[in-house]
Design a protein around this ligand. Structure first.
Ligand code: UDX
Length: 432
């Protein structure tokens, strides 16, 4: 099929290149001219494992193109995906200006039937607005369909999530749209769920909100574990073995971050409020996450007493491993709080240093974890990168000013570290 993807961010780029890899002809569009000229040369603005290689390969075999012209893309495609950003407004509501602009441009450039697919995370009823907007701006009475096809990809494993999704959700309202979309996804051979459009829109927010709830729940359990001396890893394992609960997303830590959970939760609370429902559970999930970030700072204070003038090493800046994304990263919040308390902060991340230089000031940027830990009063591991999992603890103990390790992601064995002479502080590992 001839496909356009409007919006070349995480979702748009991964979706575009994966559809190209499946044999379709894909045009990725973005209004950022500089980004497009880089992408044409195979220069990718984000770090996502495997993405750059796939983009280069599909550019070479001419299945993938980049342009800034929506017009050219609309003319050349029968299926148009909208994957533009829906950033949060001050009140938490999603800003849908980008979607409206794109809808208008699509309508003005259509010259025949088009299937318009909403992939950005949007409030329920956005597709209805999309439809109205297209009808308003369309030049003649051309036929079109809208589809809601929410994306569930995770940063760091986005390509695998696209090619091996647990389910593909298609909110459709015509037989033609259903047929075209199922044909498009058929090569993946994964379960396809066909729903009405509003259900599909809700599935996205409901899923992300539920996953965030699981994380805040286990973080709350970790607080109890710390008070009574239980180990949250054992508790999570015991819970997760119950198939009704499942073992995923029960990893306690310094709180969730990223471009999706915080924003989507806020938007969902806002949508519910507008519909006259007080989504109290989600408000508690959000508050628990905020508390969790402060809790880590408190753990550092409990060990160091006064933060002012102490040197603190923070390993891991990205909101999770295998990405250089710093958006809503709990690590960045922690660093800012430490600086505010007067600490000297040394930082290191395997992939996010360039982005960190643009958003952090008054910190020392280091080339590796050991350089950051040198002469520090404490080492905080804030992201569970693989390279942090196997450390030379003997070397680390020698170079730290005091052997204090705050394990914000519960990746170390407390017994081993204590035996090596470290003061180990995890999250819910029974440090009461
Ligand atoms: C999420 C959803 O998983 C994905 O389906 C959706 O499309 C976009 O939002 P992403 O934000 O890339 O994906 O990351 P995810 O792996 O879900 O992690 C989100 C945050 O939760 C991270 O900060 C991570 O560290 C944290 N997390 C995750 C935990 O603290 N504990 C867990 O058990 C799982």
């Amino acid at each position: 099929m001839n496909i356009s993807i409007i919006g070349s961010g995480y979702v748009g780029l991964v979706t575009g290149v994966c559809f190209a890899e499946l044999g379709n002809k894909v045009i990725c569009v973005d209004c950022d001219v500089k980004k497009i000229s880089h992408l044409k040369k195979g220069i990718v603005p984000i770090y996502e494992p495997g993405l750059e290689e796939l983009i280069k390969l599909n550019l070479k075999n001419k299945r993938l193109k980049f342009t800034s012209s929506i017009r050219a893309a609309v003319k050349a495609s029968s299926v148009i995906f909208i994957a533009v950003g829906t950033p949060a407004l001050e009140n938490g509501e999603a800003d849908l200006t980008g979607i409206e602009n794109v809808a208008r441009s699509i309508a003005q450039n259509m010259d025949g039937y088009r299937l318009i697919v909403e992939k950005s995370t949007v409030p329920v009823e956005t597709c209805a607005w999309l439809k109205k907007t297209i009808v308003t701006y369309i030049k003649k009475s051309l036929k079109f369909d809208v589809v809601s096809n929410p994306e569930f990809l995770r940063e760091g494993s986005a390509i695998n999530d696209f090619t091996h999704p647990d389910r593909i959700v298609l909110g459709v309202e015509s037989a033609k749209a259903k047929q075209m979309m199922t044909n498009l996804y058929k090569p993946l051979n994964r379960p396809i769920l066909i729903t009405n459009i509003k259900s599909a829109e809700l599935i996205k927010h409901a899923s992300n909100a539920f996953l965030a709830t699981k994380i805040s729940f286990i973080n709350a359990i970790a607080r109890i574990c710390d008070k009574v001396g239980a180990d949250v890893l054992e508790v999570a394992q015991g819970m997760g073995l119950d198939n009704r609960i499942g073992r995923y997303f029960l990893h306690a830590g310094i709180g969730y971050g990223g471009s999706c959970f915080p924003k989507d939760l806020e938007a969902f609370i806002n949508i519910a409020e507008k519909l006259g429902y007080d989504f109290a559970i989600l408000k508690a999930v959000k508050n628990t996450n905020e508390e969790q970030k402060k809790f880590i700072l408190q753990k550092i204070k409990d060990e160091l007493w006064i933060i002012k003038d102490k040197t603190i090493a923070v390993a891991g800046l990205a909101f999770k491993p295998n990405t250089d994304d710093l958006r809503n990263s709990p690590s960045i919040d922690l660093i800012r709080a430490l600086i505010q308390e007067g600490a000297k902060v040394k930082v290191y991340d395997p992939k996010a240093m360039n982005k960190a230089r643009a958003c952090l000031s008054n910190v020392v940027f280091c080339n590796d974890l050991y350089e950051a830990a040198k002469a520090a009063d404490c080492l905080v591991v804030a992201t569970e990168w693989n390279e942090f999992k196997e450390l030379d603890f003997v070397k680390l103990k020698k170079i730290l000013k005091r052997p204090l390790l705050i394990d914000g992601r519960n990746i170390y064995d407390p017994k081993l570290l204590k035996a090596l002479g470290f003061t180990y502080v995890g999250v819910g590992r029974g440090n009461a």
